[in-house]
Write a protein that binds this ligand. Structure first.
Ligand code: FPP
Ligand code: MG
Ligand code: MG
Length: 328
C-alpha cells in the first residue's frame, strides 16, 4: 500500500517499564531517517506491554543484579527490539489491520519502511549486544532464537498449506511464535552474569513454559473468546486453516471427521465456527486445553524454586497469574 503518513494516529501513552529502560530504548532507535524514527516512536514507544523485557529485568535482579544495572537494561532492550522487529514483519505477512490499537505500521508507512525498520531493529540489537559481558554467548543465543522464530513461522504456513497438523508441529509453531523469545528473555541474564548452569536451566524452563501457556491461552481465546473482549474477530485461526490445541483434541475425538472437513474448508460456511465451539465443549477440548495450560504454568512455577528467594523471584511468580488470569 501507499504510505499514509499524514493520517498518523497519535500513539497511545504507555507508562513504560523503568526510566532507564525507556531511555535506552529511545537512544537505540535514534536514526537520521525520519520514517525509521517514526516507526520506532509509535511501535516501540506506545502501547507495548513490555512483558518480555520485564522478565529479563526481574531475572537479572533475581540473579543478583542491582537495578538499574546498565548491562541488564541493555539486554532487556535487545529483547524488546527482537520482539518488535518480529511484529513488524508478522503484521505484513499476516496482512493485519491493527497492532497495539493502532493501524499496522506497513499500512501507514508502506512495506519498504516497515520491513526495513524491522531489519534496522535487528541490526541495532546486534550493536547493543556487542559490548555486553558474555557477548559471544548472548549473540549465539539471540541468533538461535531468531532463526527458530523464522522456522516456526514458515512451518505454520507449511502445515496450513498441506493440511496435516500434529501436536508436535503445533508445539514447534507456538514455541517459535512466543515461547522461544520468552525463554531467551528469562535466560539471557544468566548468560550475561555467568550464572550457575542450574539457574540458567531454571530460567529457561520458566520462560519456555510461561510462553507455551500464554500462547495456548491466546489460541484458545481465538477459538472460544468473545470479540468484544479480544478486540479482534473470533475464529481467525480456523479460517486460516490453523489447527490449534483444542482443534487437535477434536480431531482425535469421535467428531474428528467432521472437524477435519471444517478445518479443510477453513470454516467457510457460516455456522462452522459455532459448530466447532459446541463440539469443543461436548468433547472436553476446552477443559483439556485449560488443563494443559495449568500443567505448563505449574512447571514454570516449580522452575523458580532453583532461584534465590526474594522480591524479584516473587514478582516472576506473580507474573504467571497476571498474564494468565482466567485459568479455570
Ligand atoms: C505472532 O503470531 C508471531 C510472531 C511474533 C512471530 C513472527 C515472526 C516472523 C514474522 C519472522 C520474522 C522474525 C524475526 C526474528 C524478525 P500471530 O501472527 O499468530 O499473532 P498476532 O495476533 O500477534 O499477530
Ligand atoms: Mg499476526
Ligand atoms: Mg503471524
Amino acid at each position: 500500500p501507499a504510505p499514509s503518513v499524514s493520517v498518523c494516529v497519535p500513539p497511545a501513552v504507555s507508562a513504560g517499564l523503568t526510566p532507564a529502560f525507556e531511555q535506552q530504548l529511545r537512544d537505540v532507535l535514534r536514526s537520521e531517517v525520519e520514517f525509521i524514527e517514526l516507526i520506532g516512536e509509535d511501535l516501540v514507544g506506545a502501547g507495548g506491554k513490555r512483558i518480555r523485557p520485564q522478565v529479563t529485568l526481574l531475572a537479572a535482579e533475581a540473579l543478583g543484579a542491582v537495578p538499574p544495572d546498565t548491562a541488564a537494561v541493555k539486554l532487556a532492550v535487545c529483547i524488546e527490539l527482537l520482539h518488535s522487529a518480529s511484529l513488524l514483519h508478522d503484521d505484513l505477512i499476516d496482512d493485519a489491520d491493527t497492532r497495539r490499537g493502532q493501524e499496522a505500521a506497513f499500512r501507514r508507512y508502506g512495506n519498504v519502511v516497515s520491513v526495513m525498520s524491522g531489519d534496522f531493529m535487528l541490526s541495532r540489537l546486534l550493536v547493543l549486544l556487542s559490548d555486553l559481558p558474555g557477548c559471544a554467548r548472548l549473540t549465539r543465543a539471540f541468533g538461535e532464537v531468531a532463526s527458530m522464530v523464522c522456522e516456526g513461522e514458515v512451518l505454520q504456513f507449511q502445515v496450513a498449506a498441506y493440511g496435516n497438523p500434529s501436536y508436535e508441529q503445533y508445539e514447534r509453531i507456538i514455541y517459535g511464535k512466543t515461547a522461544a523469545l520468552l525463554e531467551l528473555a528469562a535466560a539471557a541474564p544468566a548468560l550475561l552474569l555467568n550464572a550457575a548452569p542450574e539457574q540458567e536451566a531454571a530460567l529457561r524452563q520458566y520462560g519456555r513454559e510461561l510462553g507455551m501457556a500464554f500462547q495456548l491461552r491466546d489460541d484458545l481465546l481465538d477459538l472460544l473468546g468473545r470479540e468484544e473482549e479480544l478486540g479482534k474477530p473470533v475464529g481467525s485461526d480456523l479460517r486460516e486453516g490453523k489447527a490449534t490445541w483444542p482443534v487437535l483434541r477434536l480431531l482425535d475425538s469421535p467428531a474428528g471427521e467432521e472437524v477435519r472437513t471444517i478445518l479443510m474448508r477453513r470454516a467457510a460456511p457460516s455456522g462452522d465456527l459455532v459448530r466447532i465451539q459446541t463440539l469443543a465443549a461436548e468433547h472436553h477440548a476446552e477443559a483439556d486445553t485449560w488443563a494443559e495450560i495449568a500443567r505448563r504454568l505449574n512447571l514454570a512455577r516449580q522452575a523458580l524454586d532453583a532461584l534465590p528467594g526474594g522480591s524479584a523471584r516473587q514478582e516472576l511468580e506473580d507474573l504467571l497469574d497476571r498474564l494468565i488470569p482466567d485459568l479455570h
